[in-house]
Structure formats: structure tokens, C-alpha cells
Ligand binder design. Sequence first.
Ligand SMILES: [Zn+2]
Length: 299
Amino acid sequence: MSTLRARADRRAFLRAAAATGAGLALASPAGAQTVPPGELRLNQLQLIDLSVGLEHDAPGERTKPKIEYVTHAAGGLASMMDTFGAKAEDFVYSNGHGWAVENLAVGSHTATHIDAPYHYGALSGGKPARRIDEVPLEWCFGPAVVLDLRHRMPGEVITVADLERQLRAVEYTIRPDDIVLIHTGAATRWGTPEYFRQPGLDRDSTLWLVDQGVHMIGIDAWTLDREFAAQIADYRRTGDGRYLWPAHFAGMTKEYCQIEKLANLERLPRPHGFYVSCLPIKIKGGSAGWCRAVALVPR
Ligand SMILES: [Zn+2]
């Protein structure tokens, strides 16, 4: 590569980094000059956990996760004695204890997780919908913006106008591949029956985001749609099936993923200028995968 070309590439990178608003810790050791990505100072990033825990019988789950804890003193010791053909007293380093492991019976949509397009239907845009192990990693790591929609009450629709208004309020224009986080405040009720009371996107607001080039929409609530009770009430009142699961089913028209059961969005120090990583576990052929969603915020 010529020097001129290298310089142009570097300028393009720095412009792109500046345009993210993140600057992504592009400081030299002296702290003043921007440097190429190979010299990123990761210790200049604050990591904020945006996930809830995967917990036995968690009150925040409709289908209760089951976790069997195999302990050092009991099941772990028995398993090690069997594996190694040894007696308890032979485990001299551990004073007769074995290993600890856990056995899980847990749905793929438990705790903080990514929904793959296949969750919504077999097809997306007329093609076979992607399963969780087929979702591009690039969709799961990128610049993010959080939109504060806490004024929307449980059961209400978060409309296109709501999204546009909030984007204007934080002076941000969505760019392709942005990760958009919907802040409802429901996560502060995690672990209580009130957690399931929430607003949500509808078909129009979901497709509006996807039309901006967004592949990953996150929400700090049980689901991206409104609470089930509100969908059911409107469906029963009108007999109109379009009230049922409209944000999810929108993914059959245009493919996108969602992060459900995010937490701690109120801890984000700014509405944009940070990154989100939400890489899902590769469950072969699965409709979803657990993820440890984390925000990376320049200090
Ligand atoms: Zn899900």
C-alpha cells in the first residue's frame, strides 16, 4: 500500500471514529494525539453490564429456569471419585472435595438474550429466517444509542413519533448497523410481578427502525412488543389479529434481531457515543441465544 493510500485510509478511519461520537479511546500514551486502532487503550473503556442473571426459579421469568448446583462436598466429589477411581481422601489438594458444576434446564429465551429472526417465523423477507447461530457477529457489536421512553406507560405503544422525538432530543441520527436500545424502565421492576407490565414497539415503529439499517433492537423489558395483557385486551375488543405480536412478526417482513431483558440502561452516562456487545451463545439451529450484553463507554 502506498504511503498516500495509507494516510487516506487512516484519515478515513479517524473521521469514522470521530463520527461515532465515541472517539473510542483513541488517545496516544501522551493522551493528546489520535492513533490507529491497533493501539486502542482498552483500559480507557468503562464496561457496564446490561444483563440480568440466569437464576433458578427467577421471579422475572414466565417459564422458570432450573439450575441444579453440583457442589464440591457432595455431587462433585462423587463424580470425581467415579471419574478418577479414587477415594475422597485421595483428593489431597482439596481436602477431600470435588469439583463444582451446574446442570441447567433452561429455555433459550431465558434472562438477557438475543432473538433470531427464526423466532418470529420460518421465513424472513421470503427467505429462510436466520437461526441464532447464523446471525452475523457484526450485528451484535457496534455503536449504540439509547432512547429514553420511560414516559410510556405499561400497555402503551412506542410509536414512530416517539422514536423520532427522542432522537431529536438527544440530537442523533440513526446510521446503518447502529444498535438501538429502548429504555422503558421495566428492568427496575425485575423480580416482581410488575416486571411484566410494559409498553412496547408496534409493527410500524419496528419496521421504521429496520428501515434505518438497524439489525439489533434492544429493550430493558420482558419483550419488545407491548405486554401480553394489552395485546390480548385489544384483540378481544376488536377481533383484529393485527394486535397480536406485531413487533416480533414484523421480522418476517424484514429481518432483525432483538435483545430482550436488558438491564441498567439508566447507568449509561450518555445517550450515544458508546458501543454495545451482545454476542449470543451459538445454540445450533436455535431461535435465540443467551448473551452477556455489555456497554463499552469511553471514560
Ligand atoms: Zn426472546
